[in-house]
Ligand binder design. Structure first.
Ligand code: NDP
Length: 251
């Protein structure tokens, strides 16, 4: 039986790349998107063209009130497409970037970061636990910014830090069901994140490149295959770890 992964925020960026590499390794994938339905459908089409099953569901991870309906949609989709009432791997990836100095950060910016990156990860995982198979895996996306500080990312990095702590607690509480939980913390990667800042701002790009031991900025292909591999059987004993994937940023 093929494993089924649920990857949130996989219409583009790191989630898209992860979903494609999970499929490349023989897994089936449910992806979610927030607004870009067509992009999500294109990812589904690409996965199906590889001979794997895939489908896309809409989800705002910052809206906990929407989770019960999402779970119902997921339950129905799993039954209809796979004849199953469970899935195997959860990748909590979806999220946005927002940068402001502490003195300029508004309550609205702060609340949205907390809602999407922390409260959303906490309660989406809670809502999905009845559907997550025993022996399954969870990967939560954090950021290199929890290890090093960069002005403007205090709220963002703090909620990612919360996710890292949460991941260890998830590993402890879910271990009895054979579920391993890890955090993947990417360095700066060229995606649409933060308006494509890493990719499109020459100064920033140069700074990240020269601060990275391997001498370049990260690409989605540096992350997706790693997460897909982490979900594989060979890595079953990795649990409760924060794994930074940054090419050696600021070491
Ligand atoms: P992108 O902006 O390229 O993609 C974000 C994805 O998340 C899209 O699929 C988007 O959906 C979805 N999304 C955004 N907000 C929400 C929401 N509230 N609810 C549901 N889905 C949402 O970002 P990345 O791929 O770069 O980032 C993915 C993850 O990696 C994030 O958690 C980010 O914090 C983390 N990260 C990124 C780094 C980077 O340098 N790129 C570095 C370290 C961590 P739609 O397309 O429909 O809008």
């Amino acid at each position: 039986m093929n494993k089924i992964a649920l990857v949130t925020g996989a219409s583009r960026g790191l989630g898209r790349n992860t979903a494609l590499h999970i499929a490349k390794k023989g897994g089936d994938v449910v992806i979610t998107y927030q607004s870009r339905e067509q992009d999500a459908q294109a990812v589904v089409d690409q996965i199906r063209a590889m001979g794997r099953q895939a489908l896309a569901l809409r989800l705002d991870v910052g809206d906990v009130d929407g989770f019960p309906l999402f779970v119902e949609h997921l339950r129905a989709a799993l039954k209809q497409t796979w004849g199953r009432d469970s899935f195997d791997h959860l990748v909590n990836n979806a999220g946005h970037g927002d940068a402001a100095l502490i003195e300029d950060t508004t309550h609205a910016q702060f609340d949205r970061l907390v809602d999407v990156h922390f409260k959303g990860v906490f309660f989406l995982t809670q809502a999905l636990l009845p559907l997550l198979a025993d022996g399954g895996r969870i990967v939560n996306l954090s950021s290199g910014l929890t290890r090093m500080s960069y002005p403007g990312f205090s709220a963002y990095a703090a909620v990612k830090g919360a996710v890292e702590v949460l991941s260890v607690y998830m590993a402890k509480e879910l271990g009895g069901r054979g579920i391993a939980v890890n955090t993947v913390a990417p360095g700066a990667i060229e995606t649409d994140f933060l308006g494509g800042a890493v990719r499109d701002t020459p100064d920033l790009h140069g700074e990240f490149r020269t601060s990275t031991a391997l001498g370049r900025v990260g690409m989605p292909d540096d992350i997706g295959p790693m997460i897909a591999a982490l979900l594989g059987e060979d890595h079953r004993w990795i649990n409760a770890q924060r794994i930074e994937v940054s090419g050696g940023y600021l070491i």
